[in-house]
Design a protein around this ligand. Structure first.
Ligand SMILES: NC(=O)c1ccc[n+]([C@@H]2O[C@H](COP(=O)([O-])OP(=O)(O)OC[C@H]3O[C@@H](n4cnc5c(N)ncnc54)[C@H](OP(=O)(O)O)[C@@H]3O)[C@@H](O)[C@H]2O)c1
Length: 225
């Protein structure tokens, strides 16, 4: 039996990224992205064939060093993200900068560095976007603008790189630490059962990357029922 395909999942330390790593683990070798090396090493031990890839994605030199040895990559899942929110009259430059640094520029740079490895494997790129990548609601401009930009990046990548499959995944509110912070910011009580489970988003990702060779799952929108 040949080696299992290799997948790199950013934001794998928690939330949606951790669920995606668990869903891919039975059929993929994994590289687990995140910043906390100890937490990633502990998580890696739970999975059949996983290694930590601890790096701050907003540090381009560190990212280049971290991925330098990857020659062929079957799956690249971008799940790392942040969501500083605020109305336009309140959100400062720092809030906009954080959203764009992590949600857009880090994704662009990591993808660019890994393009030769992705082409070598005719690989899959999965962009964890958001409902906010389609709709900009009051109070959400800095995050929504970054996710609109991420959708544009995905569309252009799909058009330029015909050997790759590029899937834009748009979950609604999902039960993670990010959502807990958002609900706290809205001054509401957190009820996990109101939200999607991270495993449901992971299931959609698994389905996209294991689709038959004839099929290209370009966009997936998932809402809580
Ligand atoms: N939760 C929702 O309701 C929801 C809905 C729609 C879309 N999304 C999107 O889903 C994705 C995952 O969100 P989540 O809810 O799972 O968030 P989360 O629980 O807060 O996890 C975020 C992940 O991103 C990583 N990360 C953040 N900044 C990073 C950086 N500079 N370098 C490296 N890693 C970094 C974190 O790693 P460390 O902290 O370990 O470094 C963590 O693993 C995001 O793109 C988010 O926009 C979430």
């Amino acid at each position: 039996m040949g080696a299992m395909p290799l997948a790199l999942v950013t934001g794998a330390s928690k939330g949606i990224g951790a669920a995606i790593a668990r869903a891919l683990a039975p059929t993929h070798q994994l590289l687990l992205g995140g910043r906390d090396a100890d937490a990633l090493a502990t998580f890696a031990k739970e999975l059949p064939d996983a290694k930590p890839l601890a790096v701050d994605l907003t540090d381009p030199d560190a990212v280049a060093t971290a991925v330098a040895g990857i020659d062929a990559l079957d799956v690249l899942v971008h799940s790392a993200g942040v969501a500083p929110l605020g109305r336009i009259e309140d959100a400062d430059r720092e809030a906009w900068q954080r959203n764009f640094d992590v949600n857009v520029l880090a994704v662009v740079e990591l993808t660019r560095l890994l393009l030769p490895a992705l082409r070598a494997a005719s690989g899959n790129v999965v962009l964890i976007n958001s409902g906010a990548g389609y709709n900009a609601r009051p109070g959400w401009a800095p995050y929504a603008a970054s996710k609109f930009a991420l959708r544009a990046f995905g569309d252009a990548l799909r058009a330029e790189e015909s050997s790759l499959r590029v899937t834009s995944v748009h979950p609604g509110r999902t039960d993670t630490a990010m959502q807990e912070r958002i609900i706290a910011g809205e001054g509401r009580e957190y009820r996990a059962s109101d939200f999607l489970r991270p495993e449901s988003v992971a299931q959609a990702v698994l389905s996209a990357v294991t689709a038959g060779d004839d099929a290209h799952v370009t966009e997936v929108s998932i809402r809580p029922r």
